[in-house]
Structure formats: structure tokens, C-alpha cells
Design a protein around this ligand. Structure first.
Ligand SMILES: [Zn+2]
Length: 115
């Protein structure tokens, strides 16, 4: 084997490294987009990683809370439909109504009764 052969580029290794670099670039792009989406740290300005981590954790907590709330509202749906049926006996029950409009209808009916 002559000396030149030993300096031949290892094409397979280079392709591996290129693939790894591509993954890293994608991760960096994602990270940058995430950091841009997060409000600036009051102490350290934009791009503060501990602040970003804290913000993401809070966002996750809020998302979990929202999921709980959505679950709760879904469980409340039959109750709301029942009350709607009591308040508006002339209207046929509509299961497809969003909960928010059910609540609004019930609130409107209650405020009419109060007047
Ligand atoms: Zn900070």
C-alpha cells in the first residue's frame, strides 16, 4: 500500500458526518425558532437558555392545565345539554354544539330569568 492510499478520503465516514451535520443544523434551526418565539429574559435579554427552559416548562404546565380543563368541560357537556333541554324544551338537543355556546345559551337564559 503506498502512502497516497492512506490519505484517500473515507467517503462513508464523510457521508456519516455530513448526515450528522444536517441533523445538527436542523436542531439548531428548531432551537433558534423556539428561542425567537420565547419572550426575552428580563435579566439577560434574548437567547437566555435557562429562561427559555423555564418558559417551556411553564408552557407545558399550562398545556396540561388546558387539557385538564378541556376534559372537565367534556365531562360537563351532558350536564349542560340536560340543562339546555330543560331551559329550551322547544329546541331539539344538539350534541354537536360546542360547549362554549351551550354555556353562553344557559347564561343568557339565566340572565333573562333574573330580569
Ligand atoms: Zn436569563
Amino acid at each position: 500500500m503506498d502512502a497516497i492510499d492512506r490519505w484517500q478520503p473515507d467517503v462513508r465516514r464523510i457521508k456519516e458526518l455530513e448526515a450528522q451535520i444536517e441533523v445538527l443544523n436542523t436542531l439548531l434551526d428548531t432551537r433558534e425558532k423556539l428561542v425567537e418565539a420565547i419572550p426575552e429574559c428580563k435579566e439577560h435579554g434574548a437567547g437566555c437558555v435557562p429562561h427559555a427552559i423555564e418558559w417551556v416548562e411553564k408552557a407545558k404546565e399550562l398545556e396540561a392545565e388546558s387539557a385538564n380543563l378541556r376534559g372537565l368541560l367534556e365531562r360537563a357537556r351532558p350536564y349542560l345539554l340536560y340543562h339546555r333541554a330543560l331551559m329550551f324544551p322547544d329546541k331539539s338537543p344538539d350534541d354537536s354544539l360546542p360547549i362554549s355556546s351551550l354555556i353562553a345559551a344557559i347564561e343568557a337564559a339565566l340572565s333573562e330569568q333574573e330580569e
